[in-house]
Write a protein that binds this ligand. Structure first.
Ligand code: GLC
Length: 427
């Protein structure tokens, strides 16, 4: 059976390969996405290491002059997707891109690939390191309004958790009066019951129009934009990525950077305390405009282990939360706790399991010594990927696939975790 899933996962990546970069899935997402590509590289590394590196090089070839790494790279025209380059109007030299960023997982993936085979990775990390460092500096310069290492996001799409209930209240305050008529293309591919609502799309577009009207000036959007959220996911991921970048900086002998990265790590380790919400017993995203916590426990809250933050008491509280969730679902980790009124096991980031977040949660739990839980998270990820046919995400109640089909990151994470599982079984 295992061999079948292996071939299936591999062929998904090969079929979604557009020559040097991989689309998340045909039709629904026909371009290169930032964090998708980083995870995709992990999958390719299981059978074609040069191709894994190529995925990262093609992604970073689209870095902006101000060193932002955009969330979509529009390598070619494709009318299947909305909003495309003519809506974003980013006017950067080179290939067209969107105007916002996405979770900075790349440095962590680069470190993993390097650890797997240091000799062959050296030339690649030399090329990628300056771009990773520059992107992290962009975060420090433009996306750290409180100067405590927490990451400000200016659009829900930056978080990668597009329609999480965390954004419901801050998004509802965004003025959509100038949005006008437009035609969504995602509903041609996937049923509305598994996609964001029209109202949410109006808000997403209003935020895109704001950036466009201000020529994608990162200072203006961060200071005056209609959506200013300190995202728990991005903050945890950037802290972790800085820890991994530090290892790369040391390996490359970049002593000035080593000092700077260490300062950034310390800042964020302390800064994350700001997101701890004692009422719910978890780290939660925080709305800087309305000055309030989201009060939501999402899968991103459990990235604390991956980021390496939390007092012993906070970690224990988080473990208790995860165990409570485990009692309510068949598979871990739902994207929002089942107790939340918005929970829906098939609705995108309002319930379903996402392999990539599970991968990071499991990694963190394992590193912190909670192996029983980390094994469960990773084994559940393998199980739902298999039961759910490598769909985009999976129901925590049944394991059934939801969203887009033949999804690259689900295949990639399966390939990576399958290799882990094989070593574990001593096969
Ligand atoms: C959706 C997801 C986002 C992902 C993208 C491409 O927008 O919410 O996380 O990067 O699709 O797969």
């Amino acid at each position: 059976m295992k061999t079948d899933f292996y071939s299936e996962a591999k062929s998904i990546l090969l079929n979604n390969d557009r020559g040097g970069y991989t689309v998340p899935t045909e039709g629904l997402y026909p371009f290169q996405w930032n964090w998708d590509s980083a995870f995709v590289a992990l999958g390719f590394a299981q059978f074609d290491r040069p191709r894994a590196w190529q995925e990262l090089h093609s992604l970073f070839s689209a870095q902006w002059e101000n060193r932002m790494q955009p969330h979509i790279v529009f390598h070619q025209e494709d009318d299947d997707y909305f909003p495309g380059p003519s809506v974003w109007q980013t006017n950067q030299p080179g290939v067209a891109t969107s105007g916002i960023t996405q979770p900075p997982v790349a440095a962590s993936i680069v470190r993993l690939l390097w650890e797997q085979d240091k000799a062959s990775a050296m030339a690649h990390i030399e090329r990628l390191y300056p771009k990773l460092m520059a992107w992290h500096t962009w975060f420090a310069n433009y996306r750290d309004p409180l100067k405590n290492g927490l990451v400000l996001v200016t659009h829900p799409w930056e978080t990668g958790r597009d329609n999480s209930p965390e954004w419901d209240s801050p998004m509802s305050a965004v003025d959509t009066s100038a949005v006008g008529e437009y035609a969504r293309r995602d509903l041609n591919q996937v049923d509305q019951s598994m996609r964001p609502t029209t109202e949410q799309y109006d808000h997403y577009l209003a935020m895109v129009f704001y950036g466009r009207e201000h020529n994608w000036d990162p200072e203006v959007t961060a200071k005056n934009g209609p959506f200013q959220m300190l995202d728990v996911g991005m903050s945890m991921i950037l802290l972790r990525a800085n820890r991994d970048l530090l290892v790369l900086a040391e390996a490359l002998g970049k002593s000035d950077d080593v000092l700077l990265i260490k300062q950034r790590i310390e800042l964020a380790e302390n800064g994350l305390g700001y997101l701890w919400n004692d009422d719910v017993g978890a780290y939660c995203s925080y709305d800087l405009i309305q000055q309030q916590s989201s009060h939501c426990i999402t899968n991103a809250s459990f990235l604390a282990f991956y980021a390496g933050v939390g007092s012993p008491a906070q970690k224990q509280t988080l473990l208790n939360r995860l165990q409570e969730i485990r009692d309510q679902v068949a598979y871990l980790v739902p994207s929002i706790t089942p107790e939340h009124p918005a929970y829906n096991p098939i609705l995108y980031w309002r319930g379903p399991i996402w392999s990539v977040v599970n991968f990071m949660i499991g990694q963190g739990l394992m590193e912190q010594g909670y192996t029983e839980l980390s094994d469960q998270v990773w084994l559940d990820t393998l199980a739902v990927s298999e039961a759910g046919n490598f769909y985009e995400s999976f129901s925590p109640a049944t394991g059934k696939g939801t969203g887009g089909k033949q999804f690259s990151w689900s295949a990639a994470i399966w390939l990576h975790l399958n290799a882990w599982n094989n070593t574990r079984d001593g096969q």
